[in-house]
Design a protein around this ligand. Structure first.
Ligand SMILES: Nc1ncnc2c1ncn2[C@@H]1O[C@H](COP(=O)(O)OP(=O)(O)OP(=O)(O)O)[C@@H](O)[C@H]1O
Ligand SMILES: [Mg+2]
Length: 351
């Protein structure tokens, strides 16, 4: 999924609620964050990873590029949703070249779409646990039409798509850059406005991924309908603004009910992981995404799972150009910037 030649690029995370743009320069002294910014999208423009109104999204991207005065045109972005299949499969032992030649054939039985309609990628996880003649492979298939959709929107915004990544892998990249000195199982969980991405890393490699359609927007919608207010008002109430006709206790209950649903979703995913890796123990949960900051959620998750929960900060591994960035703002929104920073640290010739 790689086009273009030049090395440098910007990371652009086109979230269903907030577009994030980050520019990182790699120097001999390490990575420097030059620019970071976000722009909100109107509700409902991106549903289940599909872009409903490309012109409006392209305009929002153009506005963000202009506001941040970004000159670079090469972009890494990412996709997620039902059009992406990520599956751990087992195949007979073979070389990477042999697998490259046979991956379409292997993939056919695992993906619910015609292989002609998807771009396929893979990486070898390692030898099968009990059969040395087999190996485990992570298969990634993305519907060409969704890739085309994102390529079109970037081109409409006068940008050059260079890397089209997958959200969960961008997440993993930030983990590698910031936290990777740990063996064992660690769960990376991003909760945005409309989806939750889970990637469980086992011994430095992704072993399990899952996506669920939950997120911060659920709470906003419930508040908006319960108290008959706009989404914008509901968003403000959610993060603590008080209003006369809106009892705080009721808001707390709404938040508690949805965040408890997120915890159940996470527990189900973990149970599934344990059914494959019975001897493993998830040591830590690293949270990202705007909705991960919902009041009380990380504490609830920690008590429900008895696992240490921590907020991801993608800026710890890099120097920050303080002339171009407001440090307090970056610290405040750090978890929301994670996928974007995973994209911004990619290079055009990365696989
Ligand atoms: N401090 C906060 N407390 C609670 N919720 C927050 C906070 N900051 C952001 N959010 C919520 O996070 C969501 C936006 O997060 P994010 O930018 O990660 O989503 P997105 O990438 O646009 O969505 P998705 O990945 O689901 O398509 C919104 O629902 C917003 O209300
Ligand atoms: Mg997101």
């Amino acid at each position: 999924m790689i086009f273009g030649k030049k090395d440098h690029l910007i990371g652009l995370d086109i979230g269903s609620r907030t577009i994030k743009l980050g520019e990182v320069v790699q120097t001999k002294k390490g990575c420097i964050l030059q620019k970071f910014g976000m722009a909100d999208l109107p509700h409902g423009l991106i549903e289940e990873g599909r872009i409903k109104e490309p012109e409006v999204v392209a305009d929002a991207i153009k506005g963000l590029v202009k506001d941040l005065n970004v000159k670079e045109r090469n972009v890494a972005t990412s996709v997620a949703g039902y059009s992406i299949i990520i599956k751990r499969i087992t195949v007979g032992k073979m070389t990477e070249e042999e697998l490259q030649d046979s991956i379409e054939y292997e993939a056919e039985q695992y993906i619910p779409f015609d292989v002609q309609d998807v771009n396929i990628d893979f990486y070898v996880i390692g030898e099968h646990e009990s059969n040395p003649n087999q190996m485990n492979v992570m298969l990634v298939a993305a519907k060409k039409e969704i890739i085309d959709e994102y390529v079109d929107v970037l081109e409409m915004a006068n940008l050059t798509p260079c890397v089209i990544d997958i959200d969960v892998f961008a997440l993993e990249r930030v983990f590698e850059d910031n936290y990777s000195n740990e063996e064992g199982s660690i769960a990376l969980i991003d909760i945005g406005a409309n989806k939750m991405n889970i990637n469980i890393i086992k011994d430095y490699m992704s072993a399990f991924t899952r996506e669920a359609t939950v997120g911060g927007e659920q709470i906003v919608q419930e508040i908006a309908s319960r108290f008959d207010c706009s989404f914008e008002e509901a968003e403000a109430i959610k993060i603590g603004e008080t209003k006369d006709n809106v009892p705080e206790e009721e808001v707390r209950e709404i938040i508690a009910s949805f965040t408890s649903g997120w915890c159940n979703e996470i527990r189900r995913a973990m149970d599934f992981y344990y059914s494959t890796y019975a001897d493993e123990e998830i040591k830590r949960i690293i949270l990202s995404g705007g909705a991960a900051q919902t009041a009380g959620f990380s504490e609830l998750l920690s008590s429900e799972t008895s696992i240490d929960v921590q907020m991801c900060n993608p800026f710890t591994s890099m120097n920050i150009n303080e002339k171009q960035n407001d440090m307090d703002y970056l610290q405040k929104i750090a978890p929301q910037a994670v996928i974007c920073m995973g994209l911004a640290s990619r290079r055009v010739d990365d696989k």
